[in-house]
Design a protein around this ligand. Structure first.
Ligand code: G3H
Ligand code: ZN
Length: 294
């Protein structure tokens, strides 16, 4: 069934677990997340990013409707979340497209402007029954962070400044930010970075503990594809609740497609390679869910 992200995050936090949120690009991603959640017997969040909406021609409704229909038909509890929204127009389209939650991302802005823009997004969210996540301390490395739609991480381009995994969220500033904006959850920079294809990130566990103490709302870890299982377990135990995973699904998808095409150079039916790709993503989903929410 389709449930709310706020509900899943609150349940996870109350029971000392995490809840994983996976990025949806294609229908097969949504189906794989549902299959992985059913196999693991654990709820999950399907999230669609502004970048993914841009890929679908800027049209939110078709991709959102597909993901919501997959969630409703599933035996697992699945929520629908709009991720990394920078455009106010996309934020305004979210309630009608069926989103119960949104991450409003003003993290590129200086602190004061981030606060003002996010507080405005929270007001809109409240008026439309949406749970709102925001980010303080830019996590960086997100595809499209540089040239719009370039699909390449900041790291891959060698522009590490504000995109570096060395960026950290200050606990006192985080507490003030949550109080000033009224957000329901806060994405923090604690050592992870977006779009990592190897799981080599090392998290700042002392900082996670300090943030947990200082911040009253659930904490969100972005860029979790690059975080090893042991680090994820420690992060959840220390109070990190929503765990965002995107790239790991694409690594599984593309690896399976590449392997299939390497042994069959003649097929033209996409189902031949989308089937193993969807299965590989479902296995990745189930593995993350057992670590984070098991
Ligand atoms: O908001 C999405 C996540 O932060 C995904 O990051 O692709 O590095 O796993 P990732
Ligand atoms: Zn993210």
């Amino acid at each position: 069934p389709l449930v709310g992200s706020g509900e899943l995050v609150a349940e996870a936090r109350a029971s000392g677990r995490g809840v994983a949120a996976f990025n949806v690009i294609t229908l097969e991603h949504a189906e794989a997340i549902a299959a992985g959640a059913e196999a693991a017997g654990v709820p999950a969040i399907l999230q669609i990013s502004e970048n993914a909406v841009r890929f679908h021609g800027g049209r939110l409704a078709p991709v959102a409707a597909a993901a919501a229909a997959v969630a409703r038909a599933s035996g697992a509890s699945l929520a629908l979340h709009l991720d990394h929204v920078e455009s106010p127009g996309l934020l305004r389209a979210a309630p009608e497209a069926g989103f119960g939650s949104v991450m409003f991302d003003a993290s590129k802005l200086p602190y004061d402007r981030n606060v003002a823009a996010t507080a405005e997004a929270v007001r809109f969210g409240r008026a439309h029954g949406m749970w709102v996540e925001a980010e303080l301390g830019r996590i960086g490395g997100k595809p499209g962070d540089g040239e719009p739609g370039d699909g390449e991480s900041g790291e891959a381009r060698g522009t590490l400044d504000a995109h570096a995994p060395g960026v950290r969220t200050d606990p006192a500033e985080a507490a003030a930010y949550v109080a000033a904006t009224g957000v329901d959850a806060l994405a923090v920079a604690v050592g992870s970075s977006h779009a990592m294809t190897e799981r080599t990130a090392v998290l700042d566990h002392a900082l996670i503990g300090e943030l947990r103490e200082a911040v009253p709302v659930p904490l969100v870890l972005h860029g979790s594809s690059g975080v090893p299982d042991g680090e994820l377990r420690r992060a959840v135990a220390a109070g990190m609740t929503k765990i965002n995973v995107g790239t790991a699904l694409n690594t599984a998808f593309t690896g399976a497609v590449r392997a299939y095409l390497a042994q069959d150079a003649r097929t033209v039916d996409p189902r031949r390679y989308l089937l193993p790709a969807r299965e590989a993503m479902a296995q990745t989903v189930a593995a993350f869910l057992k670590v984070v929410g098991g």
